[in-house]
Write a protein that binds this ligand. Structure first.
Ligand SMILES: [Zn+2]
Length: 204
């Protein structure tokens, strides 16, 4: 396993663990994003419970609903992003960090500048996992390969800049060992730059 793959795996596991650890003080105690998401989804159709919940989150229903929606979205991004990073699928290095951004915005909407007094271990672990996923995604082998290809292309462009013809012409010129002269006398295939046949000595 390469380093990027190992980092993605570790980052993904940390993201999922962080989603289930105490994330932030919320209404009346420290809760994980999982617990808040379950509370929101379980009571979603119960108007009286949801109204009470929204009022407890924030005096404004609209802002409270926004905060709850961001927490649910953040939880889903953390867990889905974590899984994508673990099984190495596209988006694994973006979804998890995206979830942490969403959850951090929710934290600021809820607590404002006081956010850092509200945070639990899940918040810090979540950002650690997100950063590890980003690094893992950046140094993954696919990206390394494309970077090498780009640099090779750039080198080719530099070397062919002087040639009047395009790069196809230069690749033909750069492979003289494939251009051969056939001997008139014995038919031996000689290199293009030889004056006499290697096989029979006939002048080419
Ligand atoms: Zn010959």
């Amino acid at each position: 396993m390469n380093k990027g793959r190992i980092l993605s795996l570790i980052g993904g596991i940390i993201l999922i663990v962080a989603a289930f650890l105490p994330f932030s003080y919320f209404v009346d105690g420290l809760y994980s994003t999982f617990e808040i998401t379950v509370a929101v989804l379980m009571n979603f159709t119960d108007n009286s419970v949801m109204q009470n919940f929204l009022l407890q989150v924030n005096p404004s229903y609209g802002m409270a609903a926004m905060i709850l929606a961001l927490i649910v979205a953040g939880f889903l991004l953390l867990t889905i992003g974590g899984l994508l990073a673990i099984i190495k699928k596209a988006g694994g290095s973006i979804a998890g960090p995206g979830g942490m951004v969403v959850l951090t915005i929710a934290g600021f909407l809820y607590a404002g500048a006081l956010i850092f007094g509200f945070l639990g271990i899940g918040f810090y672990l979540g950002w650690l996992g997100a950063i590890i996923c980003i690094i893992g995604g950046v140094i993954s082998p696919d990206k390394d390969k494309s970077k090498i290809n780009v640099s090779v292309n750039q080198q080719q462009n530099v070397t062919t800049n002087g040639a009047p013809m395009g790069s196809t012409q230069s690749t033909k010129n750069s492979t003289p060992e494939y251009i051969t002269k056939y001997c008139n006398k014995c038919g031996y295939q000689n290199k293009a730059d030889t004056s006499f046949c290697v096989n029979c000595g006939n002048r080419l």
